[in-house]
Design a protein around this ligand. Structure first.
Ligand SMILES: NC(=O)c1ccc[n+]([C@@H]2O[C@H](COP(=O)([O-])OP(=O)(O)OC[C@H]3O[C@@H](n4cnc5c(N)ncnc54)[C@H](O)[C@@H]3O)[C@@H](O)[C@H]2O)c1
Length: 269
């Protein structure tokens, strides 16, 4: 097959869904997978045939291997972009978040990405100029108080990208990631925040940040999807949406203790 192919996890909602639709529009063959069958069916109806859709829980490695091998048949053995995007968020101080939520977050956000990379490696190696692309977060710029585990999984994603960007060069393949800031997706509605044993919502975050003009402003899922395209055609390792998200990375690199102390002071207010 000469048609270029992208495989997306967490494709039925938010950033994954916007990316599936944008690449479909560009004439790519789209492999869309998600743990949510109803939302995936809805996307399938919009992709008008030129696609592969399959229910997939990224935490299940054997299922991932099977789905990737079925995708390979459908795409003619091509995998131009592997987009490890599925993720969940849990908020609350570490001592207040139920341990099972911590494990679930690590399993989806980190093990799920490792599973995807391992399952997709053979196809990435076989496809010239292929890109292994993963969704990190602005929460990876400095360990995020109130989202310690989520932030830790996203730091790990960047570490994986950096190592793979060197390892994959042996096969003419590449690795990169994106750190979105506040993106208006259903993630905020489905995420839980734990405060002193009570479960609360963080659904209002995109609305609360809509009028901001700094790195914390709310952007659309389409903006991140456009970045996936830019990353495929570019050479950068870490992408940031909006670009100002990089500023905290730089502040941390220059003076981590200053940033820590500022955050402690903010917390006391
Ligand atoms: N929305 C934001 O502000 C924001 C900011 C930074 C990073 N991110 C990251 O972007 C990625 C996409 O998030 P989104 O905002 O589009 O969220 P979303 O909730 O709209 O979409 C996430 C999708 O992942 C799927 N999913 C969840 N668990 C899964 C599993 N075990 N296996 C397969 N699929 C699973 C969900 O069903 C959903 O369709 C995530 O990795 C998230 O951490 C989001």
């Amino acid at each position: 097959m000469t048609q270029q192919a992208i495989f997306i996890t967490g494709a039925a909602s938010g950033i994954g869904r916007a990316t599936a639709l944008q690449f479909h529009h560009r004439g790519w063959f789209v492999g869309a997978t998600d743990v949510n069958p109803e939302a995936l069916n809805q996307l399938k109806a919009e992709l008008s045939g030129n696609c592969f859709t399959q229910v997939l829980d990224v935490t299940r490695k054997e299922d991932f291997d099977q789905v990737m091998s079925d995708f390979a048949v459908a795409s003619g053995g091509r995998l131009d972009i592997l987009f490890n995007n599925a993720g969940i968020a849990v908020a609350g101080f570490l001592d207040e978040v139920p341990f099972e939520k911590i494990v679930q977050t690590v399993n989806v956000n980190l093990l799920g990405v490792i599973n995807g990379i391992h399952a997709g490696l053979a196809l990435l190696k076989a496809t010239p100029n292929a890109l292994c692309f993963s969704t990190s977060s602005s929460a990876a710029s400095f360990g995020t108080p109130g989202m310690a585990i989520y932030g830790a999984t996203k730091v790990a994603v960047k570490g994986l990208t950096e190592a793979l960007s060197v390892e994959l060069a042996r096969f003419d393949a590449r690795a990169a990631d994106v750190s979105p800031g506040i993106i208006d997706t259903p993630l905020w509605q489905v995420s839980e925040r734990y405060v002193r044993g009570e479960q609360r919502t963080i659904a209002n975050i995109p609305e609360k940040n809509r009028e901001r003009s700094d790195a914390g402003r709310t952007l659309s899922a389409d903006t991140v999807a456009a970045c996936v395209w830019e990353a495929y055609n570019g050479d950068k390792l870490h992408w940031y949406v909006p670009p100002e998200v990089v500023e905290r990375d730089r502040a941390k690199a220059l003076d981590p203790e200053k940033l820590r102390d500022e955050l402690i002071a903010q917390q006391k207010r």
